[in-house]
Structure formats: C-alpha cells, structure tokens
Design a protein around this ligand. Sequence first.
Ligand code: PMT
Length: 401
Amino acid sequence: MLKGKNVILGVTGGIAVYKAADLVSRLIKEGASVDVIMTESAQKFVTPLTFQTMAQSKVHTDLFGLLDYVDVEHITLAKKADVIVVAPATGNTIAKIANGVADNMLTTVILASTAKIIFAPAMNTNMFLNPITQENIKKLEALGHEFVPPGEGRLACGDIGPGKMAEPADIVEYIRFSLVEKDMTGKKVIVTAGPTIEPLDPVRYITNHSSGKMGYAIAREAASRGAETILISGPTSIPEPKGVKVIKVDTTQNMLDAIGEYFDACDILIKAAAPSDFKPERVSTTKIKKIPGDNSGITVKFDKNPDIAAYYGQKKTNQIIIGFAAETDNILEYASRKLKEKNLDFIVANDVTMKGAGFKGDTNIATIIENNGQQTQYPIMSKDQLSKEILNKAMEIIKNK
Ligand code: PMT
C-alpha cells in the first residue's frame, strides 16, 4: 500500500525497460504517485509516451528543456520524492551516481535529493560482476541505498548468469518495505498461514481451500513495520515475503510443534491458517488400492487434531493471540464462542461463503470481535489493508496493557 507516496522512477537504457512499464502500472495500483525520468538511452528502447500513459503524468527527460511554468524542475522533483527507484539500473548510471556525476535529468535529481534510492540492476553478467560495478554497489549500500538483486538466467545478450532485472512485483515489495513506518520494531510476531494437509497414504491427503494469502499478507505487513516475523506456513505457492523467516509445515501437529519453538518469546501470535481439525485415524504405508471388480467405496475414520489456538491460548502469559473464524452461518455467534473457548484477545470473523471474502481471493470482509465484547465491522478491503487493521488493533492492545 503506497497511498500518498511520491515515487520517482528513473528509467535507464537497457532491454528491461519494457518491464519498467509494468512497474509503473503496479505502483499506480498500489496508490503511489509516480514521476518518471527517462535517460536518453532509455528513450531508444521505449518512447516517453508509454510511460506518460501509464503514469498519467509528464515524463521528465530534458534537464535544460524550456518549461511552461517558472520552476526549477529537478529541484522540485528531488524535494518531493519519498523514494527514488532506478529500474532498470545500468552499470553506467550506477557508476555515475556512486561518483556524484550529474549530467542528465535523472542523475541531477538524485544528486539534489535526500531520498533513499532503490536500484534494480539490469546488465550483462560480466558488467554486473565487474569489480568496479561491485565496488560502486557497496559504496551506495554503505550510504543507505538499496539494491534489488538481479535474477540469474539467459540474458538478452545470450550470456548466462546474474544480470536480469528483478520482477516488478519484487521491486514493489522492496519499495513498500522501505517506505512503511517501522512502528513494530522490537516486536516478535508469529503468523500461521495456509492449509494443513493430513495424509491418507503416501500419495493422498485431505486438505482445505486456504491459499495462504491472508496469513502471508499479515506477515508481509508485520515485517515491513519492523517486527521480527516468523511465518509458519502450510503448503502454498506464494513467494516468501521479504524480511520474514518462513517455516514450512504440513500437518496440524507439525504446525503446533513449530510454533512451540518461538511462542515464549513472541509478543503476538496470529492464527490465520486453516488447520485441519481431523486426521485419518490410520495412515497407510502403501497406496490404498482399488480392488478389481469391487464397486464398494472405502470408509475412513478420522481422529481429532489438536486445536493449536486453544493450546497456546491456555499457555499464554503476556502474548496477544489473534484467531480467525472461518464461518458459513451464525458468524458472530460462533466466532464469539471461539474467542472465549480459545482464550484469544480478538478474533477476525469472516464469512467464507460471501463474494469477496474468505479463501483464495485478494480481498476479505471481516468483523473483529475483541474479548471485551467490542465489535468492529469492516467493509470489503484487500487482504493487505485488513492486515494493517489487524496489526493496528494488536498494537493498540499492547499500548493499553
Ligand atoms: O488462506 P486464504 O485463501 O487467504 O483464506 C483465508 C482464510 C479464510 C483461511 C482466513 O481468513 C481464515 O479464516 N482462517 C481461519 C480458518 C479456520 O481454521 O477457521 P476456524 O474457524 O476453523 O478456526 C478458528 C481458529 O482456530 C483459527 O484461528 C484457526 O487457525 C484456529 N485453529 C483451528 C483448528 C485447529 N485445529 N487449530 C487451530 O488453531
């Protein structure tokens, strides 16, 4: 969420310029206001019109251009930036910035700005690994600037190795991370996410619809705000959030055990996962076979799994424990009951049958019920935004303790 943030995107000349257009679109979607500065070489790959259309604002190219208003353009730009992102960042531009050269609009704005710079390098492998480039990178990092590491693979020039510009989604993650206020520094947060799986035999298991999106969004937000964040995740296909220690588990019992190592020292435990309440009584060591000619099915008996939230709810001393309630009916009544039974500080009730809420999507619709009975109902919002609300509430409880 970059609402209200001013991002200056410096686009320099490399084949990855086409990815920078996607980056602009993602930044705008996150609510940022984006000013694009293109170097002369960047304009050889893509015209300013592309970026102007994406950013919905004038693209800055010429340091000495005549303006239709009285303004020192590069100084105005330099002052308004919350962050400057150079993507793609060529070896040439990195070298100029590391050495204080100001010979075009981008390098001049950077020299005049006090904002943090995030570089997404994109260049030939030998250029990237060249000790001169590496020295320049170290120098800029020592000054507090950041580099989104380039990916490895076959580059446009045919070489194989590091030098591919990071994906726009990862660059946005870096930007978000660096801009969010670090109000959770010093706090230790455990988040659980995703489903658990309970095996039936070596090839089959039972599980549920949880994608992990809700829990990953909370972990990402907690880490961006400076919390030491441990994400205990069932099987999901979501990339690991920046700055988060991720522990992958499979069964409900494993999820319970994994929390155990960190629980005593944590400040907040958030149970956004959907652990399986039951597991097959017996796990076959070999694949359960169909018997030829036998049309009857099989009966599987299930045992109860431990309730992780209730277990830690009993053990808690000073920790805040937050549960979720995935309900299909009598939402608030069932959620309030779980809040009490599991000894939680608050519970986030979501109706998983509602459009825009619950499993898999990017949005949720929730009501927070606190252990003093207070209820706050939230309209449909992104899981990112709901994560903010949940962490704000947790921090409010900690402050009022
Ligand atoms: O992952 P997504 O696709 O983004 O979907 C998000 C979500 C719907 C999974 C999430 O918003 C959510 O509601 N998570 C809780 C799912 C769940 O297990 O709800 P429950 O009402 O069955 O359990 C209540 C609470 O007890 C939950 O905090 C749950 O983590 C916890 N629990 C449940 C069973 C169990 N054996 N141990 C537990 O700790």
